[in-house]
Each structure stands twice: as structure tokens, then as C-alpha cells.
Design a protein around this ligand. Structure first.
Ligand code: AMP
Length: 611
């Protein structure tokens, strides 16, 4: 299932493998399902549906399509010490904490030792695809800014941590293609540094010192790359000083990180320090990437899905370099790769690799996606639960049976204990590579706000706003309407809520006290889920939440605008997230007060409940 070859040298063999896999997509999928079912038919979970049968017909008829809530009890039992074989024949070696949350805490996906090889196989295939489109990448280095995140130990002794932290800490990462030839500017020690500030500083320092060798730069998501630029804005003088003196700042105390960086920094380099200070000292940072790393051919960051909001800012800093989204993956399993990495961000499609998992697709009516196209209306489901019901009844289809131009929600059956699991992503079929379909990532189901890896849905937002407005009610203030948008005009971006307030019994605007409104901002933040609060407190990847109070009648104007854009009068509901610039302008023109959260919200690594 995972054919062997040497990714360090053999681009041709890799491309051939890709051709074979995509040509034999149907056979690969059959084989994947057969293998998963044969291995796991006697687990408690599958036994309850299949009663010992392991054929596809029984699987399709009896195993239900599920959400996280359905499998959560099994995963928690494993986290609390029961054997893995309640869901999986192979031992579960760790739990991967997703940025999707359930009950305010990260969802946990099971993982196995063997799965690391599957991920490695996936990463290795990205190399020849890139080499096919960009020449000479072996003539220099990659400056990739990667970070690890906190991990916890479950009561059963399993590690629970994000999928990338797990991968970066693995031997497979150390042994990744070409790493032994020092082709990445960040030493592994700087990536593995648990202090994210030291890690960022050291990676940028190493990247600057090796600037003439850098051919490509990147991070996983666009938001992380922009955070690095912001960090550079704040620290370029100190970085320049370290390069000038050949001495790493004393606050870099992580020993292995410090050693690794000192080796790269070497002797004082006055010319280099002058050049960095000259470029960074300029008023405008337009095109700074090209100026600091002049040989860069592209920026590798995911700019599809919610990350598309960062494209204009990236373009400003990049000086016209291509933005390359190479892969589509999740904590559940790795999914697809972009076979045309230089295509425009709006045209990026991912080809799902048919040996990664067994993929199924729940058809989604295009009309339910129109909401996003109208933009004004946000991405919520206008038809409420009806759509969900219809989707459950709609026939689920296999990978090779999806139709061009149609929309689907992705369902996966993995090698790691998830069976017919709804990932929550909506995809659209844009074409085929051989017999394997290619998909545009449309959006994540029911996410209204996202700045970094946080994913806030309508319900979370409503709950947080409800908590905050309790503070206002005793003062005789009424919150009559609200909506939101992610403001990414500065780094890091932040959530903006528009609130229409009035006094009880009359339409007058209340007198707004800064302290009270700032407290409202804090209550909202403390009521959002733990991934949001981690981004705010630990990662600094989301800025303080803002409430903009608007005058009475503002939401009527918003409704008029939305109706003029095609929303139906009968079905109109206030969008809880605004995407259209025009609609934001309408709201902004009626703002009478802006308030920011002054406190960092509470966050600590989540704890599992022990029984
Ligand atoms: P996590 O479970 O935290 O690993 O997040 C996985 C989710 O991130 C996916 O299900 C998608 O919603 C999103 N995601 C991952 N890769 C991409 C991509 N290339 N484009 C858009 N969204 C992505």
C-alpha cells in the first residue's frame, strides 16, 4: 500500500507512482477499504454494526456516517486507559488534537506508528511535484518557519498533541528528504524549541544569515508566515545587532537552540547587518521578502480556505512572488496534494491521494453554498436543519463517482480508527487527474470566523455574545442585533463584532462606558473555545477582540443592502459574519464607539476528565 522508493533522488519514480495511484484510483480505494475492514472488523465499534461481516456492501448499509460526538466516547475511553482495540486492531500510539473543537476543547484523533509512514509518503510526493514546475531548487535552501505546540499526557499515558507537533518531533521529520544535506535554513533544534518566541527569533536569524542561499520561503499557513513578518518588524534591529556582533541575544536560553544558531551565525558580519538594517529601516516594507531574500522563487503557504483572506497582505510583502499551496491535510488523515503548485490561489485544486484513506462524499446542494457567493449573507446554512436532513438522505458517493462541478462534504474511513467520519469540509470537484478527482476547498462547515487555526462557528459566537450582554442588561441596555468579521488589515488579525445597542423602551443610544464595553470584549473572548484562547494567549496569532457599536437602524440598512444583492425577503436572517466589503462599509459608516479587549483571555492546555 505504501510503495518504497528513494525520495532524495528519484523524482521520476515518484511521478510514476503518482500516475499509477491516480490511474488506479478505484482499485486503490477498494483495496484501502478491504484492508481497513479486514483488520478492524472485530473491534467493538465495527462489530456492533457489521457483526463479523467485512464486505463493502455491509459497510455501506450498516456503518453510520458520524460526527465527532458519536466517536468521542470511544476516544475518551482510550484516553482514560481502555485498550485501543475498541476501535482499532493496531495499537493507538498517540492522540492528535485538532483545531476543530467539541464542547470547547480540541477534538482528538487517534494515530498509530504506521500512520507516520503514510504521512511521510505523502510529504515525499510533494518534492517531485515542486521540482517539475520550478527548476534549480537543489541549488539553494528553503527557509521554512515551523513551530511546535504544547502537548499533554492523557490519564492512560498517551500523548495528545497537534499533528504537526507530532510529525516535527518524529524521526521521519529529521530524516526528511535532503535534510542531511542542510537544505533548510532552520536547524531542527530551532523548530523543536518549546518556547515559540525563541523559536521564531532563531529561525529568522538563521534565515537572514543564509539569505543568499534561500530559494524558497514558507510556513504551513499564511497566517503563520505573516506573523513571522510582523515579528521581523518588531525585532529586525536586534537581529541585525546579533549579526553585526556574531553574538546571539542573551534571552535565547534554550541550550540546543542557542548552540545550533551560534554555529550558523559564526563571525561578526558587518556588511550583512548594514544591508538588513538598510532594507528593514525603509518606510515601506512593500516587497520586503524579495529584498531580504533576493533569490526566492516562491512562498509556500496555504492560502486556500479561510487563509485566502491573507492573499493581499502577502502580495504586498512578497513583491509578486507566486504563493504556493502544496497540500490539504487534517488531523484525521492527510488528504490531497496540489499537482499544479504554481496555479493562482483562486484556482488551486487538491487531488486526493487514493491510498491515504477511504473517501466518501455527501452531496451538498449548490444553493446552500450560494450564501458564500453572495458574500453578504455569510456562510451559514440558510435552511437550518433541513439541509442536514436532506444531506443525510442524499446518496453518499465514492471517490471515483463524484461529478464535475458538484459540491460535497468529505467523509473519511481511516487506517487509524475513524469510520465514515465527517471531516466538516465542503469541497467542489474541479477536474480529474487520470481517474482521481481534484477538489477546490470551498469552506469548512459552519465556521464563521477564523484568523489562524481558530474556527469559531455561529453557535460559539452566539453563546459568547449572550454571556457578554448579561453585563449590559442590568444597565437597561439592549443588544438588538450583532454581526462580525475577521479584520486582517493588521497583523495579527482580530475578530470585530458590530453591536447595535439601545436603551430599554426607547431607541436612544446608551451612554457607553469604556470599562464596561472592554469587559464585554473580555467576556466574549473568555467564552470562545480553547483554540481561540490559545491563539490569543499562547501563540499571539490573534489580536484583541473589538466591539464596534453602531447607531440604531444600522442593521435595517444592512438588510436593505443584502436584499438588493439577492437575498430573499422571506428567508432573510441577519448574517452573523460579513464578508462583503460593501456591507462592512455600511456598518463602519454608522459606528459610534470602538472598544478592545484589554485582558488576555484565560487559557491552559486542556485536561482530560479522569473517570
Ligand atoms: P486540523 O484538524 O486542525 O488539522 O485542521 C484540518 C482542517 O484545516 C481541514 O479539515 C481544513 O478545514 C483545513 N485545511 C487544511 N489544509 C487546508 C488547505 N490546503 N486549504 C484549506 N483548508 C485547509
Amino acid at each position: 500500500m505504501l510503495p518504497g522508493y528513494d525520495p532524495n533522488y528519484d523524482d521520476e519514480a515518484s511521478m510514476k507512482l503518482l500516475e499509477q495511484l491516480t490511474t488506479n484510483a478505484y482499485e486503490a480505494q477498494q483495496q484501502v477499504l478491504e484492508q481497513i475492514l479486514a483488520q478492524n472488523v472485530h473491534t467493538e465499534y465495527l462489530r456492533s454494526f457489521l457483526n463479523g461481516h467485512s464486505d463493502k456492501k455491509h459497510f455501506k448499509e450498516k456503518v453510520p456516517v458520524v460526527n465527532y460526538e458519536d466517536v468521542r466516547p470511544y476516544i475518551e475511553r482510550i484516553a482514560n486507559g481502555e485498550p485501543s482495540d475498541i476501535i482499532l486492531a493496531h495499537p493507538i500510539t498517540e492522540l492528535l488534537t485538532s483545531s476543530g473543537t467539541s464542547g470547547g476543547q480540541p477534538k482528538m484523533m487517534p494515530s498509530t506508528a504506521e500512520d507516520l509512514d503514510r504521512k511521510t509518503f505523502f510529504y515525499n510526493l510533494l518534492v517531485p511535484v515542486m521540482n517539475k514546475y520550478v527548476d534549480g531548487l537543489d541549488q539553494g535552501k528553503g527557509m521554512y518557519l515551523f513551530f511546535i505546540k504544547p502537548e499533554i499526557i492523557t490519564p492512560s499515558g498517551l500523548l495528545a498533541r497537534p499533528v504537526l507537533t507530532s510529525y516535527y518531533k518524529s524521526k521521519n521529520f529529521r530524516k526528511r528528504p535532503f535534510n542531511r544535506f542542510n537544505v533548510y535554513t532552520s536547524p531542527d533544534e530551532t523548530i523543536l524549541c518549546p518556547d515559540s518566541k525563541q523559536s521564531m527569533y532563531c529561525q529568522l536569524l538563521c534565515g537572514l544569515v543564509q539569505r543568499n542561499e534561500v530559494l524558497r520561503v514558507g510556513a504551513v499557513f499564511a497566517s503563520a508566515f505573516l506573523r513571522a513578518i510582523k515579528f521581523l518588524e518588531d525585532y529586525w534591529k536586534e537581529l541585525g545587532c546579533n549579526i553585526r556582533t556574531g553574538h546571539v541575544s542573551d534571552w535565547i536560553t534554550d541550550p540546543s537552540c542557542r548552540n545550533a544558531v551560534s554555529l550558523i551565525l559564526g563571525k561578526p558580519r558587518l556588511d550583512l547587518a548594514d544591508l538588513i538594517e538598510h532594507e528593514c529601516g525603509k518606510k515601506s516594507w512593500e516587497g520586503i521578502i524579495k529584498k531580504l531574500w533576493p533569490r526566492t522563487k516562491y512562498i509556500e503557504v496555504i492560502v486556500t480556505g479561510s487563509m485566502a483572506q491573507y492573499i493581499p497582505t502577502l502580495e504586498f510583502y512578497s513583491g509578486g512572488l507566486p504563493l504556493v499551496s502544496t497540500m490539504y491535510a487534517s488531523s484525521e488523515c492527510y488528504l490531497g496534494i496540489n499537482l499544479k503548485p504554481l496555479s493562482k490561489p483562486s484556482e488551486v485544486s487538491y487531488t486526493l491521494l487514493p491510498n491515504m484513506a477511504y473517501f466518501e462524499f455527501l452531496p451538498v446542494e449548490k444553493n446552500s453554498e450560494v450564501a458564500e457567493e453572495i458574500q453578504c449573507v455569510g456562510i451559514s446554512d440558510q435552511n437550518g436543519t433541513c439541509k442536514e436532513d436532506r444531506k443525510e438522505r442524499a446518496e453518499i458517493v465514492d471517490l471515483v463517482d463524484v461529478k464535475l462541478g458538484h459540491y460535497y462534504e468529505l467523509v473519511v474511513t481511516t487506517f487509524t480508527g475513524l469510520y465514515r467520519y465527517r471531516v466538516g469540509d465542503i469541497l467542489m470537484v474541479t477536474g480529474f487527474h487520470n481517474n482521481a478527482p481534484q477538489f477546490r476547498f470551498v469552506h469548512r462547515r459552519n465556521v464563521v470566523l477564523s484568523i489562524d487555526t481558530d474556527k469559531t462557528n455561529e453557535e460559539d459566537l452566539l453563546n459568547a455574545v449572550t454571556q457578554a450582554k448579561r453585563l449590559l442588561e442590568p444597565l437597561g441596555f439592549l443588544l438588538t442585533e450583532y454581526t462580525s468579521y475577521p479584520d486582517t488589515s493588521s497583523i495579527p488579525g482580530h475578530y470585530v463584532l458590530f453591536w447595535e445597542l439601545k436603551m430599554k423602551g426607547k431607541d436612544d443610544l446608551p451612554e457607553l462606558e469604556n470599562a464596561i464595553m472592554e469587559q464585554c470584549c473580555s467576556i466574549v473572548e473568555n467564552s470562545l473555545d480553547s483554540v481561540y484562547r490559545r491563539c490569543r494567549k499562547k501563540d499571539n496569532s490573534v489580536g484583541p477582540l473589538e466591539i464596534r457599536v453602531v447607531i440604531h437602524g444600522t442593521f435595517d440598512s444592512l438588510m436593505d443592502y443584502c436584499l438588493s444583492q439577492g437575498s430573499s425577503v422571506n428567508q432573510y436572517k441577519t448574517p452573523r459574519c460579513i464578508k462583503s466589503e460593501e456591507a462592512i462599509k455600511i456598518l463602519d459608516a454608522r459606528v459610534v464607539g470602538k472598544f478592545f479587549s484589554k485582558k488576555v483571555p484565560f487559557w491552559e492546555p486542556f485536561k482530560l476528565q479522569t473517570k
